[in-house]
Design a protein around this ligand. Structure first.
Ligand SMILES: [Zn+2]
Length: 164
């Protein structure tokens, strides 16, 4: 008679340290981290300005060159986040949305924070401005957008600052 299989399990943890590269988009993250600037790219052939930056134009496949963009823009679409990962759980509820920076023809997906978050504050067409963390690591989480009328309040907090 076959003995009934008994599974023996041990709980353990794997810790992995690794690096990854931002490749051709590295300049975007370096400028955010070191200079609080937002760089997109402009196609050398058709002139389309991409944000997030693309190394080659996705319309005509020609190379694009770096251009500094305004740090203010307009919300194209947004929603309010109620469920998220552990990294952002303390920020709930917060907005996310596609923001078209002035001078760009495409929109950047980024967090939108507000002192008093209600849907009307982050609806389509609302103006927002970038706020940077004082401590930056060269990641997308180094900055976020706030409604333009809240900008001065956000950058007066000790952990945040305005762009250049
Ligand atoms: Zn192009």
């Amino acid at each position: 008679m076959a003995e009934k299989f008994q599974d023996h399990q041990i709980r353990d943890r794997i810790k992995i340290e690794y690096r990854y590269t931002m490749g051709g988009q590295s300049k975007f993250f370096i400028e955010v981290m070191k200079n609080k600037k937002l760089f997109g790219t402009k196609c050398t052939k058709c002139g389309k300005t991409w944000m997030p930056p693309r190394i080659n134009c996705s319309d005509c496949y020609e190379p694009a060159e770096w251009v500094e963009l305004n740090q203010a823009g307009t919300i194209q679409v947004s929603t309010i986040v109620w469920y998220t990962t552990s990294a952002f759980i303390k920020a709930i509820p917060y907005g996310i949305g596609f923001i078209k920076l002035d001078g760009a023809e495409t929109a950047l997906f980024q967090g939108i924070f507000s002192e008093n978050l209600v849907p009307s504050k982050i609806k389509k067409g609302k103006r927002v401005k970038a706020v940077f963390n004082k401590e930056r690591e060269g990641k997308m989480t180094d900055f976020f957008f706030v409604p333009e009328d809240e900008y001065e309040n956000w950058i007066s907090q000790p952990e945040f600052e305005g762009g250049v």
